[in-house]
Design a protein around this ligand. Structure first.
Ligand code: GLA
Ligand code: ZN
Length: 675
């Protein structure tokens, strides 16, 4: 349980009472109760109020609001308010200001704006977290700590440059090692003194944010930047833990957010939490994948949905309203995939600045007679009624898809063979095929234990880290099914090519070697021609993006290219290795092919879909103490019929016995509990 003080799905969200007078506070608590809200995330952006100058701290307003909320049955997710520094600090200590990618020193403004290696920022952020923890350590309202807000971005100032050098000394020990790792013999970039090393940005190695002359330098800077921000988080974490060792600490992550290696961060989060902001046209499978990635960060432990909008965002180009029922549906989607909270940004719409057009539980109208409020209140009632029924239940999967931030950075820094290769898109293609088949899947890191999986899929495993190839070999030797794709096994962790034929360290596992890689123009395709029909796969399919020209050395050819000068050469292979099999897909196939292939692999390992459902009806299973909770979510605009087969259970929202055929309304949700 996130916190046993509140044994239910936490419901509420970001609340900014500092923007309102006290009459409004009272009106807010009245409406929160009406909406079934029990959790408020406060103090997210109040540093200037908490510390109006260098030597003054003022928490009276916070005492008052926390007491007031608690009296009204609302628990507190307490933020530390270090996500934006105060103006006085920027003026007095310019080291808190970031230098951007273009080399421009920023002035005061924005948020998420502090240099992570600024001594001033670090000192005062740590101090503020400590003061808050000391003051509220025994407050009965406190259920979770929320450090800063959406850590992100990067800085290229002189303090960061120096910290980068220190980070490099720690990593490489000697300049010889560094020069070798970075291949600085290229273009005569050999460093003879650590002080010569500068951050890679538009003033040095980059010709665009994602285009660099030295991938290895840029890659190390990405790692360093993620570590620098993590160090800021850890400063506050340590302070908080001194006073409240038992209250969970988190910071709100952002799903597949590129700049931060969340697998590394998750080691220091007591509970993972994240902000889910899909656009109206985001595929629901992509949202599902982001939830699964967040769940995977801590090996499947329940996570928190820290933010979502009740209705619309303000920062997209076109901020469509969530259609009736969609907020509820997407809230349950998070819960279905392992969230034990459902929180909004924001509880009341602000009156000025850029988020005044961002949706809120309480709209500018200021009363409860709105569509959005009614929908929020309905969900609030349901979550109260569901109580702790499935809290802590796990989403168990036998299929794992590997996701690795270093690999992501390295792939997209690569100069060639194509600018169109987007790591998350390739991962999502495989994920989507499994999602469409209702096969529960985990997103796993390269440190995740593989032994509990039957199938491991590593789309574009370009970078193979030390020891990973042998762990994969062991997994397959012991009977596992492994699949990887084109542009895999190319480099080591410093982006140096593993010589002797791709896919380098994965070569014997896959029983192939790749000779050349062809890049296709966006309007070009090749064909995947099946050599023999597999269940669910026959005839021809299309593929695009990259085409590996490979030779087998032990692997069986499952399909061949259909056109071009490499027509007839293998495009899909399968290698027997120990008791298992290793598959290679040498190009980026269409969804029909992937769905067929994923179906074939799952069937070959006796992995059944959670349930057979009509297209557009998502289903997951959470389990706890031998009891199953089926979450059935109808994303379609019309009702659908679900066949429960021989499952007999109780639908928890309506509290009705269910079996066999079940109607689910358009955008509807069913939660079927059964033994
Ligand atoms: C983020 C932030 C919030 C708010 C929302 C708006 O998630 O954490 O403070 O700005 O975006 O969508
Ligand atoms: Zn800096």
């Amino acid at each position: 349980m996130i916190n046993s003080k509140l044994p239910k799905v936490f419901y509420g969200g970001d609340y900014n009472p500092e923007q309102w007078d006290k009459d409004t506070w009272n009106e807010d608590t009245r409406m929160f109760k009406l909406a079934g809200i029990d959790t408020a995330t406060i103090n997210v952006f109040s540093w200037a109020l908490n510390q109006p100058d260098e030597n003054t701290y003022n928490f009276e307003w916070l005492d008052e609001i926390i007491d007031n909320l608690y009296r009204n049955g609302i628990f507190i997710c307490l933020a530390t308010s270090t996500g934006a520094h105060p103006a006085w600090m920027a003026t007095k200590y310019p080291d808190v200001l970031r230098v951007d990618f273009e080399g421009r020193k920023h002035k005061f403004g924005m948020r998420h704006n502090s240099c992570p290696n600024s001594p001033t920022y670090r000192k005062y952020a740590r101090r503020l977290a400590g003061k808050l923890a000391e003051r509220y350590k025994d407050h009965p309202a406190l259920v979770v700590w929320h450090v800063s807000n959406e850590f992100g971005g990067s800085c290229y100032c002189d303090n960061c440059a120096q910290a980068f050098r220190d980070w490099l000394i720690d990593r490489y020990k000697s300049l010889e090692n560094l020069n070798s790792a970075w291949t600085t013999s290229f273009w005569g970039h050999t460093f003879t003194d650590w002080s010569q090393i500068v951050p890679p940005n538009a003033l040095s190695e980059h010709f665009a944010p994602n285009r660099t002359n030295f991938q290895s330098i840029s890659l190390d800077y990405a790692r360093f930047n993620s570590d620098s921000l993590l160090a800021c988080y850890l400063d506050e974490y340590e302070e908080i833990k001194k006073y409240t060792p038992d209250i969970p600490v988190t910071t709100n992550l952002m799903g597949a957010y590129k700049p931060l290696d969340y697998f590394k961060w998750a080691n220091y989060l007591d509970v993972v939490s994240w902000d889910n902001y899909p656009a109206a046209d985001t595929p629901v499978s992509l949202t599902a994948m982001r939830h699964d990635l967040m769940r995977g960060l801590k090996d499947g432990l329940p996570f928190m949905l820290m933010e979502q909008t009740p209705s619309q965002q303000n920062w997209q180009a076109y901020n469509s309203l969530k259609r009736p029922g969609v907020m509820r549906l997407w809230s349950y989607q998070a819960i279905a995939r392992g969230a034990d909270s459902s929180l909004f940004f924001q509880l009341r719409r602000s009156v000025g600045a850029c988020e005044k057009y961002h949706g809120a539980v309480i709209e500018h109208a200021g009363h409860e007679n709105t569509r959005v409020f009614r929908e929020c209140a309905q969900l609030g009632r349901e979550l109260q009624q569901l109580g702790d029924k499935f809290l802590d239940a796990r989403v168990e999967s036998r299929v794992g898809i590997v996701f690795d931030w270093d690999n992501w950075w390295a792939i997209e820094y690569s100069s060639g063979p194509t600018i169109d290769l987007k790591y998350v898109d390739e991962v999502h293609k495989y994920y989507q095929a499994l999602y469409d088949l209702n096969i529960q899947t985990d997103l796993i890191g390269v440190d995740t234990d593989l032994s509990k999986y039957d199938i491991v899929i590593a789309p574009v495993l370009y970078m193979v880290k030390p020891g990973y190839a042998s762990r994969l070999e062991k997994f397959v030797e012991n009977g596992g099914t492994f699949l990887t794709t084109f542009f895999s096994g190319i480099v080591n962790e410093t982006d140096k090519v593993t010589l002797g034929g791709y896919p380098g360290e994965l070569r014997s596992l896959l029983g192939i070697w790749v000779e050349e890689i062809d890049a296709l123009f966006p309007d070009q395709q090749n064909r995947i021609v099946m050599k023999q029909a597999l269940d669910g796969l026959q005839g021809e399919y299309s593929c695009n993006l990259l085409c590996d020209l490979l030779n087998t050395e032990g692997a069986e050819v499952i399909a061949e290219y259909g056109t071009d000068f490499y027509q007839g050469r293998p495009v899909v292979t399968k290698n027997s290795f120990g008791q298992g099999h290793a598959w290679y897909v040498a190009s980026s196939p269409d969804q029909d092919f992937l769905k067929g292939l994923m179906g074939h692999l799952a069937a070959s390992r006796q992995i059944e879909p959670v349930l057979q459902t009509p297209n557009g009806v998502e289903v997951t299973r959470r389990t706890r103490d031998g009891r199953s909770f089926l979450f059935i979510l109808n994303h379609n605009g019309q009702p659908e019929t679900i066949n429960l087969g021989n499952i007999q259970g109780v639908e928890l929202i309506s509290n009705k016995q269910v079996s066999k055929l079940l109607e689910i309304p358009a955008k509807g949700v069913l939660i079927v509990a059964h033994d």
